[in-house]
Design a protein around this ligand. Structure first.
Ligand SMILES: Cc1cc2nc3c(=O)[nH]c(=O)nc-3n(C[C@H](O)[C@H](O)[C@H](O)COP(=O)(O)OP(=O)(O)OC[C@H]3O[C@@H](n4cnc5c(N)ncnc54)[C@H](O)[C@@H]3O)c2cc1C
Length: 380
């Protein structure tokens, strides 16, 4: 192991950083053991030019991030073969590969990775139940940036009158359909959709009792794509000159696991400068003042729309993703790596490297022709 001091690493010419924590000394301190952090660590271990030691820290007792607190009836929305980390297929942990992976299967997968990494000779220590104070120091891998606001943990963003029965979706299975109870799901997003499908309940009225007394309100106004407080801290480069790395959304789809892998792979490239790495991680600009929807930034960033025929803004998230992809293909070795990566959507869908590259060029040309994308010679 090549340890470096904080001062030495300010120049940051090597991917190795030295970090002393209360618990251990390590090359990388990764904060957040959710899908992003686990994916970052896994790819780092696979591609680091020399062995590295990692301390993985999380407020939660176990790896797996929000899945630890997600409601029991929830599953992945995408196939298991496109979720998780680079080295290990999630499909092997699902009892019914034709169905979407359950919460317990995902947690089991993430827990098993800790021992698999150890068995493979990697030095990774997981410290659970420990919150990192981002105010006190930097020099970490911030893998909690895209953490979710879960209804269980985040209070509703509206006031609740006395006597109103308000529950998070986690409590739904225990409440059940007893006594003609009515349910009103507040929130039409991800969590609300799950809650509604869990609720195949009749809305019977009981004599003598008001509708309000009979109604349980299910708080689903926080969920999968309401990124938590960290995302509101302000946009920062993925690779900072102070040595901090922040795993962020670079590609929109397939998302979180993929982002961790891409950032880790870039971190392992000794031939790339900090500026070059950041140029390969273009981020959409932060929303204008007042532009963000009240429940977070995500809808604007993940489901952007552009009126037919209109010229999309240069920072439109899908165009940013496309530009990133075009640059990744132009980076020596990166296209080859992407097409061997189980988390990369084009590889998953059977595209060869040549086909993937051609598809991206075709899309870019088409968008330039339609006036929706700036030509590459204009600098972006
Ligand atoms: C029900 C549901 C289904 C979903 N299905 C899919 C899907 O099919 N495909 C998909 O791509 N995405 C899906 N998502 C989106 C989901 O957000 C991502 O899959 C992914 O789990 C996000 O991972 P993350 O690591 O960014 O965040 P998280 O899972 O939230 O992990 C962040 C971690 O950081 C820790 N942390 C935060 N601050 C600190 C601190 N100061 N100190 C220490 N630890 C800290 C937190 O405790 C947490 O464990 C789904 C989400 C939900 C809620």
């Amino acid at each position: 192991m090549r340890s470096r001091s904080f001062e030495e690493d300010n120049a940051r010419s090597s991917p190795l950083v030295s970090m002393a924590t209360e618990t251990s000394s390590c090359d990388y301190l990764v904060v957040g053991a959710g899908a992003s952090g686990m994916s970052f660590v896994d790819t780092l271990l696979l591609h680091a030019p020399e062995p590295v030691s990692v301390t993985l820290l999380d407020k939660r007792e176990q790896p797996g991030g929000h899945w630890n607190d997600a409601y029991d009836y929830v599953t992945l929305h995408q196939p298991a073969r496109n979720y998780g980390v680079e080295s290990t297929a999630l499909e092997a942990f699902t009892q019914h590969p034709e169905k979407l992976a359950s919460r317990d299967e995902i947690l089991d997968y993430y827990r098993s990775l800790l021992s698999r990494w150890g068995e493979a000779g990697h030095r990774v220590s997981f410290v659970g139940g420990a919150a990192y104070d981002f105010g006190s120091a930097s020099y970490v891998v911030d893998a909690r940036y895209t953490e979710n606001d879960l209804p269980l943990l985040v209070p509703p963003k509206f006031s609740v009158g006395d006597g109103v029965d308000l529950i998070p979706p986690n409590q739904l299975p225990a409440r059940g359909a007893g006594e003609g109870r009515r349910y009103c799901v507040l929130g039409g997003g991800e969590a609300g959709g799950h809650a509604r499908s869990e609720l195949a309940l009749p809305w019977a009225n009981e004599g003598g009792r008001s509708a309000a007394e009979l109604t349980t309100y299910v708080h689903c106004t926080a969920g999968a794509f309401n990124f938590g407080a960290s995302a509101a801290e302000g946009r920062r480069p993925v690779f900072s000159s102070e040595g901090e790395i922040t795993v962020q959304e670079l590609f929109q789809f397939p998302g979180f696991c993929f982002n961790g892998a891409v950032v880790a792979w870039l971190e392992c490239q000794r031939g790339l400068s900090l500026a070059q790495k950041n140029a390969l991680c273009e981020l959409p600009p932060p929303p204008e003042e007042g532009e963000a929807p009240p429940l977070g930034q995500a809808p604007a960033r993940t489901r952007p729309r552009c009126a037919h025929g209109a010229r999309a803004p240069i920072g439109h998230p899908l165009l940013v993703s496309l530009r990133n992809l075009r640059r990744w293909y132009a980076t020596p070795g990166m296209g080859e790596w992407l097409h061997g990566l189980r988390l990369f959507s084009l590889a998953m869908n059977g595209y060869s490297l040549a086909e993937g590259r051609a598809l991206v060029e075709k899309n870019c040309d088409g968008l330039v022709e339609a006036g929706l994308l700036t030509p590459p010679e204009e600098g972006r």
